[in-house]
Design a protein. Structure first.
Length: 74
C-alpha cells in the first residue's frame, strides 16, 4: 500500500499556478527564480500549502497598500 504523506500539505506546481492565476510555464519559471517555493521530488515539483498561503497573503496586502497609497494622491 502506498501512502501519500504530502496529502493536504502540498500541491502540484500546476495546481499552485491555477490558484495564483498564472500559467504552468510561469509557475516553473517562478520556481526556477526562487519566487515560488517548491519541494523537488525527482522531476516532480510540489508547492507547500503553507508557503503558497504566505505568498498569497503577502502579495494581497502589498497590492492593497499600493492601491491605497496611489489613491491618497488623487
Amino acid at each position: 500500500m502506498r501512502v501519500d504523506h504530502t496529502a493536504g500539505r502540498a500541491t502540484t506546481s500546476v495546481e499552485a499556478a491555477a490558484t495564483l492565476g498564472i500559467g504552468r510555464n510561469q509557475a516553473y519559471a517562478a520556481a526556477a527564480r526562487g519566487e515560488l517555493p517548491v519541494i523537488r521530488m525527482g522531476k516532480r515539483l510540489l508547492v507547500p500549502l503553507a508557503a503558497l498561503e504566505r505568498l498569497l497573503h503577502r502579495n494581497t496586502f502589498e497590492g492593497a497598500s499600493r492601491v491605497s497609497r496611489s489613491s491618497d494622491h488623487d
